[in-house]
Write a new protein. Sequence first.
Length: 91
Amino acid sequence: VANKMSAVMCTMGPDRGRLSFKVDAERFLELSDQPGMAPAHYMARAFWITVAEPERLARDELAGYVRRSYELVRGNLSKKLQATLADPPAA
């Protein structure tokens, strides 16, 4: 989102297949306690979660997390920059 990360999938190495994304600060502890979810390495301080096996989550649930991550990152941009971005496609 405007050169900012909103979701990351590891494609190589021992963490291959893991998906990380930003979550609401209020939900960070709740989600990081869920099986298969953990605070993201180096990004937990910014309220990022890593899902070890994304395929275990329902597609709609995972899409909701990624969409919310996009919204959180976009919301931290200036209003001027937000206005230049196209609306994301519907889920």
